[in-house]
Design a protein around this ligand. Structure first.
Ligand code: SAM
Length: 324
């Protein structure tokens, strides 16, 4: 539960309540600046929750509208047409599922390159961050699956003491077709590291990643940066003697002003999309990066605006979301 923090026009009685919250009467009382910081953080949190609620409602309304249209469409058919339509729909669903299963199976056994999520940082995260981490890992899996990626996914350091396991299980990890390891990335991929084929992705690397090669193993840090903990993935890699540290070439090919630190699922998606493309980064970044925001408005690149307009015309536009 969040602590109620009054705004700048706090009344006397509210001030008393605030003072109680701040621990006045108990020791030590909070400084004015600390109270101000708390208020600001609380307002920010309220705004975040409000925006989230709005997005959810919009999504719900869109879903409902889609269902209504489908229902109208079905009702406009004769009984025979409807039965045929539904059977065709079921058949298409079965075919889609079979195709996804086949790709998943292929990737699991023979997929390349290997993309590895290093979940050895969980001890440094709070419950909210762990939930976020699990959600991002789940998104990495579904995005790779739904884009028919041939990359092979691994999750590392899932030993019984790792606190993220519980959150991952809640996201459905037990039904995922990917490689789960109790051991660390440094133990499992020691050979690749020795042979210079282990690439640690970190925004704090000096060198840029220029291409994604099938024979290499790409390590993505299982870290959620609510309060940016700089250098974490880099420090561990250096400690472990890793020699190939790379950052994505966002500065050179990414949209102006894009965030230099990306979510795990976004990084995995970028790698998968690059593999499907012709070797250029720019279109990959355009497709995969969440747009920059000013206030509550997304700042879209020219290409993103064009795509958004086309989607709107086709009635398929989805709200631009900044949720990690
Ligand atoms: C939210 S970031 C965590 C950043 C964190 N400060 C760190 O020490 O890595 C999660 C992971 O995504 C990958 N990542 C995010 N942005 C990246 C970038 N610009 N270049 C390379 N990897 C990136 C890294 O593997 C990183 O550990």
């Amino acid at each position: 539960m969040t602590t109620p923090v009054p705004d700048a026009s706090t009344s006397d009685s509210e001030s008393v309540a605030l003072a109680e919250l701040a621990g006045e009467g108990a020791s030590p009382p909070l400084q004015k600046s600390e109270l101000k910081r708390l208020r600001k953080a609380e307002l920010k949190e309220q705004r975040r929750l409000q925006a989230k609620e709005q997005r959810q409602q919009k999504k719900k309304a869109q879903k409902q509208r889609k269902q209504e249209l489908r229902q109208e469409h079905l009702e406009s058919m004769s009984a025979t047409e409807r039965a045929e339509f539904l059977e065709k729909e079921r058949e298409a669903g079965r075919e889609r599922k079979a195709a996804i299963e086949a790709t998943l199976d292929y990737s699991f056994h023979h997929g390349r390159p290997r993309i590895v999520i290093n979940c050895s940082f969980s001890d440094t995260m709070d419950v909210r961050e762990l939930t976020s981490l699990a959600k991002q890992v789940q998104l990495s899996y579904t995005q790779a699956r739904d884009s028919n990626s041939k990359a092979q996914l691994h999750i590392m350091s899932l030993h019984s003491q790792n606190p993220v396991i519980h959150s991952l299980e809640k996201q459905g990890m037990k039904s995922w077709k990917l490689h789960l390891h109790e051991e660390s990335v440094w133990d499992v991929f020691a050979t690749e590291a020795r042979e210079g084929r282990l690439v640690v992705l970190t925004p704090d690397a000096e060198e840029e990643l220029l291409e994604v090669l099938e024979e290499e193993v790409y390590v993505v840090g299982g870290i959620v940066d609510r309060s940016v903990k700089k250098m974490q993935s880099r420090a561990q890699a250096v400690d472990q003697g890793a020699t190939k540290l790379r950052k994505l070439p966002l500065k050179r090919f990414g949209p102006t002003g894009c965030c230099p630190v990306l979510n795990i699922d976004c990084v995995v998606r970028i790698l998968c999309e690059w593999l499907k493309g012709d070797g250029s980064w720019q279109p990959v970044f355009e497709r995969c990066l969440p747009p920059r925001r000013v206030g509550d408005r997304a700042v879209l690149s020219k290409r993103q605006r064009r795509t958004q307009r086309a989607l709107e015309r086709a009635g398929q536009a989805t709200p631009v979301d900044d949720d990690g």
